[in-house]
Design a protein around this ligand. Sequence first.
Ligand code: BDR
Ligand code: CA
Length: 314
Amino acid sequence: ALPLVIDTDTGSDDAVALLLAAAGGLGDVRAVTTAAGNVPLATGTRNALISLETAGRADIPVYPGCARPLVRSLSSAQHVHGEDGMGDIGLPEPARAPEPPHAVDVLLGLPRDHPGELTLVTLAPLTNIAAALTRDPLLFTRYRHVYCMAGAADTRGNVSPTAEFNVWADPEAARIVTRAATPDKVTWIGWDVSRKDAVMTPEDQRRLERLGTPMATFAHRVNRTVADWARDVTGLAGYDLPDPVAMAVALRPELITEREQAYVDIAVGDETRGQMIIDRRRTAPAPNLTLVRRVDEVGFKGLLFDALARRIPA
Ligand code: BDR
Ligand code: CA
């Protein structure tokens, strides 16, 4: 299994990604770090702990990190994921607490102990990662690969006309990340991918409900408010799963059907906050990111449903 470190602002789609990584059989999750984003830090940390318990992996440590973006205040997405980030279904509190040290120390320390072995998957605003980069500018070279659920490579946003939430929430951090990235080490899977190839259609939702396993039922229930929001606001045929599809790509890069390498910078000005500026000119600087543009939808959903169908040993 692939050794993983996961940075998350656990809301409902992060939760599904955690189940896929921790209980799907393809990942070996060594640590989960948390950042503020969808919900405040303490709430996201709680949700990460609950998700790992649901996956039967209460042994995986959870390390809280930055409680707010680098220079801005937190604008959470509780109108999308629920006040508790998990569909407000009254989940019980987790049985254990998060651990020290600070997430940034973990992100720096683990690859030092296991150079080139670990894959980092980020599902949150990039605050923890940027903070780690300021202390170790070569951080990305120490990981096997870094996959980020970040941005919208078609510049159609979900939080502004042009920006995706994780980048919009902390654009200064995202800019630090793109400026430190190289395309052989850092791959972004944007919201455009989930909108095209990772939509839970009403039929998929019924299929998930019918599976009836504890993980499938959990995944279905925590996405209740997202499903409402998608129906009423986005006009998609269902709700999309940005974090699970990013996780699936990290676990199985063969799922990628279309990608490009490009030089990307991040806008931090008011009107364009968080927009990806993708330089596709012939004279562009050398690419710094690999951008996933499409994935195999059937393969992704197969992977996800197989993972959620599992029954974890008591
Ligand atoms: C991203 O923002 C959050 O709403 C999701 O958890 C995902 O990480 C999508 O834009
Ligand atoms: Ca997330």
